[in-house]
Design a protein around this ligand. Sequence first.
Ligand code: PAF
Length: 283
Amino acid sequence: MRLISSIKEMSALSERWRREGKTIAFVPTMGYFHEGHLSLMREGRRRGDVLVVSLFVNPIQFGPKEDLNQYPRDLERDKALAQKEGVDVLFVPKQEEMYPSGFQTFVEVTELTQYLCGLSRPGHFRGVTTVVTKLFNIVKPHIAIFGLKDYQQYLVIKRMVEDLNFDIEIIGYPTVREADGLAMSSRNEYLSPEQRKSALSLSQGLKLAQALVNAGETNVQIIVNRVTNFIKQFPYTQIDYVKICDPETLEDLTEIKDKALLALAVKIGRARLIDNTILEVKK
Ligand code: PAF
């Protein structure tokens, strides 16, 4: 595995691979790898001739009061894990090279970002779409893989790729969970053992909702109330949102007809956790 930090070097290598007819698979990350990241890498390995993983804690997608400075980092461990997954290049660009002084150009998806995390984290998706555009231009992948735990991010990236005619196939990969259901996240690191127990309220809340739907409940308000009350029973939980919406446009629904996205964001201590599922009405 090669560790590359220079943008010029990464770009030249990708250029060469493209000339050689190789399919480049790409997994963008902010590091501190867990099984979720590793499964994205395995998917990339399967789909591409060569696999690039980027590791960059992108400052412009964090709000001024968010956890940029505390975001967990361990490059040595990440290097070893990526190497074990057969990654060809771990691309770790420097902040000064990604955002030199004078930087002033941003990419924005205007509608899909008006919902869910876009409301509680103003500017977050603009930071994501801007950095992902830069990474796409540098790495020049044919295929890029994103985790579906960040479902809204996946939709926003797909929209951007379509709207701006990037010739890149975007793959959404299912959420990887701990044995007890907790969705894997680098931010789980922030949880104390007691808070870790409360974090199960998210995945269990999703299960409760699907059980209600299976029992014939399709009224969104009723399901949202039940899930909200369920999560509130757990100590330390502070709900940011419990939303049931259209899985493509993210617009609010009042009734579940066929499929709906249930998305949750809950603060537990200093960890802001998200999780989601597609609720399905079985006919
Ligand atoms: O999902 C993430 O880790 C980040 O938002 C991403 C896509 C790497 C952009 O910084």
